[in-house]
Design a protein around this ligand. Structure first.
Ligand SMILES: Cc1cc2nc3c(=O)[nH]c(=O)nc-3n(C[C@H](O)[C@H](O)[C@H](O)COP(=O)(O)OP(=O)(O)OC[C@H]3O[C@@H](n4cnc5c(N)ncnc54)[C@H](O)[C@@H]3O)c2cc1C
Length: 395
């Protein structure tokens, strides 16, 4: 019997195998990964510095131990180049294994924007543990760090490093932090607390050039201003890896298109995690991956199961001013309402039927995450809460 082959040893790949093994210890499983296959928690990359952790300390379980625990064959440092869907066979750097069913858990690539300047290639990004090791090396002796992008990852790194004493600049074309996740009133809450620990915000502009300087680099911004940095980190977003699927003839859009059963346009091939677009939505976060992995494991074990996503808030790891957000789709119809403010803000997104369908909690309100999650789907008025509606903001 050909094995189930999983490509990718990140959270998505390992989670689906772990869930499958709870249901079936026998079915042969092979994991292929172009990295080492060691297991680590990717979200820790953006708050590891404050915890004094280098790359090696972030590895939770070695690949050898993972293979033993899960009873699987692992081929690490093996890149998959092609999928022959008719023959159910892969082309890889280490042979041509055949599969019974195939799971694509191949993640996403950091988006790179073209930059001018003789040091444009020195711009770093951190999307896996090897990138993090590289970054930690570059940080030896560095003092000034410039971060391109004030989204979740940019803000988390900014908090981590500013708290450790680095001089951190964040450059973002928007007008406030976390703009893709929340409305201005909420995102702006992060601005002053992070500025107070030394973050130099540069909103409304972007980096045009990176040139070598006597020490470090000179960044020239689109507004003509310049700043100096020893490290330039790009954190402007991720793009699902679709090339492998596309070349094999699978349906792709922003991500690899799958239905609620995580099944691609080929019935023997599934996808989940940062590479997947589930019914039109790419959700590059831990909780959606865990839910998708559980459903897919059941399907692989013989019980065809659709994934059902509950409300899944995202915690932004900015301890200087904590943030929890249940994001809403860009095209969601409704209004953001401020329910309370003080040292932070509490906002809810109300849909056309006045039901809570998203929220943002910052600062002192971040601790109300579980309570707000329970209120999702209920009308604001029906919750019996004495929320003081301070202001309404249209979507
Ligand atoms: C710095 C950072 C902080 C984050 N913080 C949070 C957070 O606080 N909360 C949250 O919910 N989410 C967070 N996320 C997002 C979350 O970590 C990701 O959604 C998740 O880890 C993605 O897992 P994945 O398995 O889909 O992809 P990946 O972890 O990227 O794994 C992809 C795997 O595929 C392999 N691969 C790719 N192509 C091939 C190929 N052709 N052949 C063989 N192998 C291949 C790679 O080697 C890798 O093993 C964060 C992300 C980053 C980068």
């Amino acid at each position: 019997m050909e094995p189930i082959i999983v490509i990718g040893s990140g959270l998505a790949g390992y989670s689906v195998i772990r869930e499958l093994r709870k249901l079936d210890r026998e079915v042969p499983v092979m994991l292929l990964s172009r990295d080492s296959g060691d297991y680590y928690s990717k979200p820790m990359l953006s708050n590891a510095f404050a915890q004094g952790k280098g790359a090696a300390a972030l590895v939770q379980t070695s690949v050898v131990e993972m293979a033993k625990q899960l009873g699987i064959t692992v081929r690490s440092h093996t890149e998959v180049h092609g999928i022959d869907v008719a023959a159910k066979r892969l082309t890889t750097t280490q042979g041509e294994p055949r599969y019974s069913r195939l799971v694509l858990a191949i993640g996403a690539d950091p988006i790179r924007i073209p930059l001018q300047g003789d040091a444009a290639d020195a711009v770093m990004s951190v999307n896996d543990i090897a990138d993090y090791a590289h970054l930690r090396e570059a940080m030896q002796g560095a003092k000034r760090i410039a971060i391109m992008g004030g989204g979740l990852i940019g803000c988390e790194f900014a908090n981590d490093w500013a708290a450790a004493g680095f001089i951190v600049s964040v450059i973002d074309p928007g007008s406030y932090p976390l703009a893709s996740l929340m409305p201005q009133q909420a995102g702006s809450q992060l601005r002053a607390p992070l500025a107070a620990i030394g973050v130099d915000w540069r909103f409304g502009t972007s980096v045009s050039r990176v040139d070598s300087a006597a020490t470090g680099y000179t960044l020239t911004l689109a507004d003509g201003s310049q700043l100096q940095a020893d490290i330039v980190l790009s954190a402007i977003g991720l793009r699902p890896r679709i090339a492998l699927a596309q070349t094999a003839g699978l349906a792709v859009n922003r991500g690899i298109k799958v239905d609620t059963h995580l099944r691609s346009s080929d019935p023997a091939i599934f996808a989940l995690g940062d590479c997947a677009e589930i019914e039109g939505r790419v959700q590059p976060f831990v909780l959606p991956i865990m839910h998708a992995a559980r459903a897919l494991a059941k399907t692989l074990a013989g019980e065809d199961t659709a994934v059902v996503f509950p409300a899944m808030p995202v915690v932004v790891k900015t301890p200087t001013h904590p943030v929890a957000v249940l994001p809403v789709a860009r095209d969601a119809v409704g209004v953001w309402q401020t329910l309370a403010s003080g040292n932070g803000i509490k906002m809810a997104f109300l849909d056309a039927a006045d039901r809570i369908s998203g929220f943002v909690l910052t600062g002192e309100f971040a601790a109300e995450r579980s309570e707000m999650t329970k209120r999702v789907g209920t009308p604001l008025a029906a919750t019996g809460k004495a929320d003081n509606i301070v202001a309404a903001e249209s979507s």
